[in-house]
Design a protein around this ligand. Structure first.
Ligand code: AQP
Length: 329
């Protein structure tokens, strides 16, 4: 079975951008692939964060993935720092990655602009650790949002450089994009992001979700109710595509283009469909919150299985590098 790896950072509330850009297809792919999903806590510490909150956020992120439909029955889920081989391989990959490649990464440039007071080495090295996350399991496919495609290209290059210099151990991984690879925030300008306060959290109260949706930016050219709109230019329509069926989509498309419906009508339909899909996730999350030990056990068992795989890869890597290994290690 072909293998998939993907990760999510415990940097805040999981939002519908994460859900429709990544998590939804993570679940779909479990029927066809051997899937490994990871809460990437070492990535989360590359920006300023609340030390008191990180532990709980890490558990909660695992919990949300499980509430969305991932389980030990269809995949492996674990926490990155529980498998220290990821960071060990990242060090080795550092030694084949040109600095210039890292300097030109869009996410590094964006984050460096956002966090001027803390442009640390980890922020720059983020894609190398990501390459190690993927390649330590020799995963060939990585389902991600569009923002991560450049990093997956770098992972391919890292694999190529390692394979050419040492031995051909690694596949060159491919990104798999969802139908909604780039969801804008409710500001209609920036990518929906946990850290930009422009998100709709998947577990947020319905009243808050509606308030955020109600005021969200739509097609900016549709100024008055009677102006026809263009769904192709509307972030709300992009979100509709992930939550609404064909019949609704056709009605909205027609109604928007002819101005027979307004943006609020469109948003009301989206809200109903969104709540229908998110309600069972919310209920499952509430159940899991009452049984947090179960969530922790799933994460721990996932880490045990993944660690074994990671250790096997590291043995091959060390041999390829020519490192001296006394038997008792
Ligand atoms: N707006 C988005 N549209 C589509 N996909 C998205 N993803 C994130 N935002 C969108 C995808 O979700 C997965 C997990 O993301 P992440 O937590 O690892 O990191 P991120 O991309 O940095 O997410 P955020 O929300 O923007 O977090 P912060 O604010 O902490 O940087 C990835 O596959 C990502 O592509």
């Amino acid at each position: 079975m072909k293998r998939i790896f993907s990760g999510i950072q415990p940097t805040g509330e999981i939002h519908i951008g994460n859900y429709i850009g990544a998590i939804k297809q993570w679940i779909e792919l479990t029927s066809e692939y051997d899937c490994i999903y990871c809460v990437v806590d070492y990535h989360a510490i590359t920006i300023e964060y609340d030390i008191e909150q990180l532990r709980q956020r890490t558990i909660d992120t695992g919990l949300i993935l499980m509430a969305c439909g991932l389980s030990p029955d269809n995949c492996k889920i674990f926490v990155q720092s529980h498998v220290p081989e990821h960071t060990e391989l990242a060090w080795i990959f550092n030694c084949v990655t040109p600095i210039g490649e890292l300097e030109r990464m869009t996410q590094f440039k964006d984050k460096a602009r956002q966090h001027r007071e803390n442009i640390n080495m980890g922020l720059m090295d983020y894609p190398v650790l990501q390459a190690a996350d993927i390649l330590i399991y020799k995963a060939g496919y990585v389902p991600v949002g569009e923002d991560q495609v450049q990093h997956i290209e770098l992972s391919r290059e890292v694999a190529r450089k390692f394979n050419n210099r040492f031995s051909p151990l690694f596949p060159e991984p491919q990104a798999i994009l969802s139908h909604a690879p780039r969801i804008l925030g409710v500001d209609g300008i920036n990518k929906m992001s946990k850290s930009m306060n422009n998100y709709i959290g998947i577990l947020e109260d319905k009243d808050i979700i509606w308030e955020k949706l109600r005021t969200a930016v739509t097609d900016v050219n549709r100024v008055r109710r009677k102006d026809p709109g263009n769904p192709e230019l509307c972030n709300i329509y992009t979100i509709h595509r992930a939550f609404s069926g064909n019949e609704n989509l056709l009605e909205i498309d027609k109604g928007c283009r002819s101005a027979s419906i307004g943006c609020i009508d469109c948003k009301k339909t989206l809200f109903e469909n969104m709540v229908k899909e998110l309600d069972p996730i919310r209920e499952k999350a509430e159940q899991l919150k009452k049984n947090e030990d179960y969530v922790k056990d799933v994460l721990m068992d996932g880490a045990k299985l993944c660690r074994e795989m990671a250790q096997n890869t590291m043995e091959e890597v060390r041999t390829s590098l020519g490192l001296y290994r006394p038997k008792i290690l």
